[in-house]
Design a protein. Structure first.
Length: 289
């Protein structure tokens, strides 16, 4: 029985492209995207409790522990399996909140994976993914644990092998109101369906794509509302093509070498947050399900 699991990574993701291809009657948007795991990560630590309590030992400022996704994930798994144990959760937070790189969702997925191991539940990955979807649209991807071509709400996942790349991710320290962007009347909601084979053919040549079809449909709406995001995209043009990930506010570009990414980072304005990071082939806790 595992009583302590320390240094559990919760890696970020990038959306190599993001298309909105439709809208459901309930208002949810149908998406197509490609998720890329990267080695920029939060780190979580877990200590088993025998009293059944779920305790977040260092909650984020302004986030009540009861609403924190890691606490919700632990309680969900505990209730689903009738577990008598509890857990103490501590997070070393590095990923910016609301940055479009999946920080909170990844923390929740790492919690599900770690507690699956700590509490010796041995739940299959598909069952954990189904639980994860009740926590948020991006959480199942992190439980899935492989780079993926995704459809639906982002939960229909198909594993893909992507080339190794180095990225510079830049966050202008603004928080994008995702709900507001999804309500934008000018938001494109009828992008042409892309096949996975077409994506892979072009991604293997250039991870950001040379065709206009490889874009983020939310980027135009976000840059209209948030000048800081537009400024980051303009800054990147000195080096290469850049793209917003998720619903923003982070923007990224791919580089052939880590040295090239670090050279661009050295020229980053001080008021922005930047990180040089590399692609991952799978989640570091992939074996936990």
């Amino acid at each position: 029985m595992y009583e302590i699991l320390r240094d559990c990574p919760a890696p970020a993701k990038l959306n190599l492209f993001l298309h909105i291809v439709g809208r459901r009657p309930n208002g949810y948007h149908e998406l197509q995207t490609a998720f890329q795991l990267i080695d920029w990560a939060d780190t979580l630590h877990f200590a088993r409790r025998d009293d059944g309590r779920i305790v977040h030992t260092n909650p984020l400022p302004g986030v009540p522990p009861e609403t924190d996704l890691t606490v919700r994930a632990a309680r969900l798994l505990q209730a689903h399996c009738g577990v008598r144990f509890g857990v103490e959760i501590a997070i070393e937070k590095r990923l910016p909140a609301g940055g479009g790189i999946g920080g909170g969702s990844s923390d929740a997925a790492t919690t599900l994976l770690a507690l699956n191991r700590m509490w010796q539940l041995d739940l299959p990955r598909a069952e954990l993914q189904a639980l994860a979807l009740t926590l948020g649209a991006d959480v199942p991807f992190f439980v899935f644990g492989r780079n993926a071509f995704a459809e639906g709400l982002g939960e229909a996942l198909h594993a893909v092998d992507l080339p190794q790349h180095h990225f510079l991710v830049v966050n202008p320290r603004v928080h994008v109101a995702t709900d507001k962007i999804f309500r934008d009347p000018l938001l494109t909601r009828d992008s042409k369906i892309v096949t996975m084979a077409f994506f892979l053919e072009h991604a293997n040549k250039n991870v950001l794509g040379t065709d206009e079809i490889f874009r983020n449909d939310m980027q135009a709406a976000v840059t209209r509302e948030y000048a800081e995001v537009a400024a980051v995209i303009d800054w990147f043009r000195t080096f290469t093509t850049a793209r917003m990930t998720g619903s923003g506010a982070s923007v990224f570009a791919a580089f052939d070498t880590k040295a090239d990414a670090e050279a661009a980072y050295q020229r980053l304005p001080e008021h922005w947050l930047g990180q040089v990071t590399s692609s991952l082939a799978e989640h570091p806790l992939f074996a936990f399900a």
